[in-house]
Design a protein around this ligand. Structure first.
Ligand code: ASP
Length: 579
């Protein structure tokens, strides 16, 4: 039975005189004189005003089929904000298809609603214009990505959800096995190892729009479950991978903005850290870090006797008051700085700073020259070791200049030549910056010898790269190690014994015995890409059924206890929570 002849939002003046049946939800009902009422009926395409007989008992969110004749609205009732604002359906008869209780929050209009209530009643929240738009945009982006990957001859392969652990640096979600009591599957943190096996299997170009699960604290850009465009290809280098991924994200961006982003620039990790204090620089704005170590090379000022001094200049920023400066200083300290030095430049070029008296004339004039600071500007300086200096200034830069999520356009950036290790842990083992399957930079292989010092190790570059959009890390990838002996060496350096690596990754190492092609790949977060492209601050807004901040689902109330029979079947016993 087709009850609908037309969609609400698609009717236009061309339909005047036509008898139509539209179906949808009552957005609003207003009395009109004694006998008539206006009903705004809403469906996925928009809204249409219907003039109905007063006798009907109609309330908000009732589901109706309305049949009537499309006619022009009287001039004084034309609604410019509505695409159907100059027409209405008159002489309408109403069929109530479903009644509705008053919804817990208003669905039309821009009322702020508590997050938990929205998620608990997500089926109502999905009716809002915002969620309709976001989910439709997400679908467009998904299909644009598929289109781009298919056109580049990638093969979509589905990899399993119940697997052994994949190390992506997060905690696993685990699933107890009924048939092997006491054993557990892990849910995939990524399809990493399977896609590498696909390469050994001669697939050559693999992709998947893959669900990944990581048990990490939730944030604006992080949920337990998320979706990645995951890809891998054989006989290529990182440049080839970046070209393929650039194509996919460009197609995705174009599907939303109508415009194709230009060639995505590349920047080395070191340059990103030096200029922006971040490995995911937001290049929508300037406020770059300026190198000042040499300016204070011979300083008498103790606070500036540091390995690295850098600064940020805010043009015309000297109006800032003492309170705000104190707040910025507190923030800098909370990020690990010893202090934050500020230097204002007055109208006639004189400087105003709590530490001015500790700087020589020459230092001050070299400082202003290096920063290019003139009257009305303010400079913020951090002196520490290199890591700490760039880290704090990177955060300060965002604090001072980061535009709102929906401003400044879309600035993609490839960050390349990441270090292989980001740190040395408490036990003296290096911590991989990406995952342990990442190929070191060819030129740095000798730094990895058995006698390598921690400092040498931290200098080793990897063939890993990240894709960044407006300061969000969209994803990472790398050229992989495809030779057993190098992989074993890296496991050794990471403190993973042969026995452990055999137990955890034996299947990959075994596969490498039988002819592994050189391969490289990438994965980027679709939730993040969609959120940025539609101008949302939180990925929850582009996920149909997200978890709340605490990791629970107010809608289904997951996670929930399971009953004793299920526990028995799985051979599990639940202990009381540790106190
Ligand atoms: N598996 C990696 C991740 O999920 C991406 C990659 O290296 O391809 O971050």
């Amino acid at each position: 039975m087709t009850i609908r002849t037309d969609y609400c939002g698609r009717l236009s003046v061309d339909d005047i005189g036509k008898t139509v049946t539209v179906c949808g939800w009552v957005s609003k009902r207003r009395e009109h004189g004694e006998f008539l009422a206006f009903v705004d009926l809403r469906d996925r395409t928009g809204m249409i005003q219907c003039v109905v007989d007063h006798a009907h008992d109609i309330r908000s969110e009732y589901v109706l089929a309305i049949t009537g004749t499309v006619r022009e609205r009287p001039a004084e009732t034309v609604n410019e904000e509505l695409s159907t604002g100059s027409i209405e359906i008159g002489d309408a008869t109403v069929e109530v298809l479903s009644q509705a209780e008053p919804p817990p929050f208003q669905i039309s209009g821009r009322v702020e609603v508590d997050e938990t209530i929205r998620i608990r009643h997500r089926y109502l929240d999905l009716r809002t214009g915002r969620m309709q738009r976001n989910l439709r945009s997400r679908a467009l982006i998904n299909s644009a990505i598929r289109r781009a990957m298919d056109a580049q001859e990638f093969v979509e392969v589905e990899t399993p959800m119940l697997i052994a652990s994949t190390p992506e640096g997060a905690r696993d979600f685990v699933v107890p096995s009924r048939l092997t009591p006491g054993s557990f599957y892990a849910l995939p943190q990524s399809p990493q190892l399977f896609k590498q096996l696909c390469m050994v299997g001669g697939i050559d170009r693999y992709y998947q729009i893959a669900r990944c699960m990581r048990d990490e604290d939730l944030r604006a850009d992080r949920q337990f479950e998320f979706t990645q465009l995951d890809m891998e290809m054989s006989f290529v280098d990182g440049q080839d991978v970046r070209a393929v991924v650039s194509e996919a994200v460009s197609e995705a961006a174009e599907s939303i903005t109508g415009e194709r982003p230009g060639l995505i620039p590349e920047m080395s990790w070191l340059e990103a850290m030096n200029r922006f204090g971040s490995d995911k620089p937001d290049i929508r704005f300037g406020l770059e870090l300026v190198e000042l170590t040499d300016v204070f090379a011979n300083t008498d000022f103790n606070a500036f006797k540091a390995a690295c001094i850098k600064g940020i200049k805010v043009e015309g920023g000297s109006e800032i008051g003492r309170n705000q400066l104190d707040q910025l200083t507190d923030k800098a300290k909370s990020w690990g700085a010893k202090g934050l030095v500020w230097v204002k430049v007055g109208e006639s070029g004189e400087v105003n700073s709590p530490v001015a008296k500790f700087m020589s004339e020459e230092e001050i004039s070299n400082l202003l020259a290096a920063m290019g600071a003139v009257a009305g500007d303010i400079c913020y300086l951090i002196a520490d070791d290199w890591r700490q200096t760039v880290h704090v200034l990177g955060l300060l830069r965002l604090e001072l200049g980061k535009p709102p999520v929906n401003e400044g356009g879309f600035h993609f950036l490839w960050v390349v030549d990441f270090p292989l290790f980001e740190d040395i842990d408490g036990e003296g083992n290096p911590v991989p910056a990406h995952h342990p399957f990442t190929m070191p930079h060819e030129d740095d292989l000798e730094l990895l010898s058995g006698t390598a010092e921690p400092n040498d190790l931290l200098r080793v570059r990897s063939q890993a790269y990240d894709l960044v959009l407006n300061g969000w890390e969209l994803g990472s990838g790398s050229v992989r190690i495809h030779r057993r002996e190098i992989q074993q060496q890296i496991f050794g350096l990471l403190g993973i014994s042969e026995e452990e690596s055999q137990q955890k990754f034996g299947f990959l190492m075994d596969a490498f015995r039988y002819g592994a092609p050189p391969h490289a790949g990438f994965a980027f977060g679709i939730d993040r890409l969609v959120a940025l492209l539609v101008g949302e601050e939180n990925i929850r807004e582009v996920i149909a059924f997200p978890k709340s901040q605490s990791g629970t689902d107010p809608l289904t109330e997951a996670p929930t206890p399971i009953d004793q029979t299920q526990l028995d079947e799985l051979g599990l016993r639940v202990l009381p929570p540790a106190t």
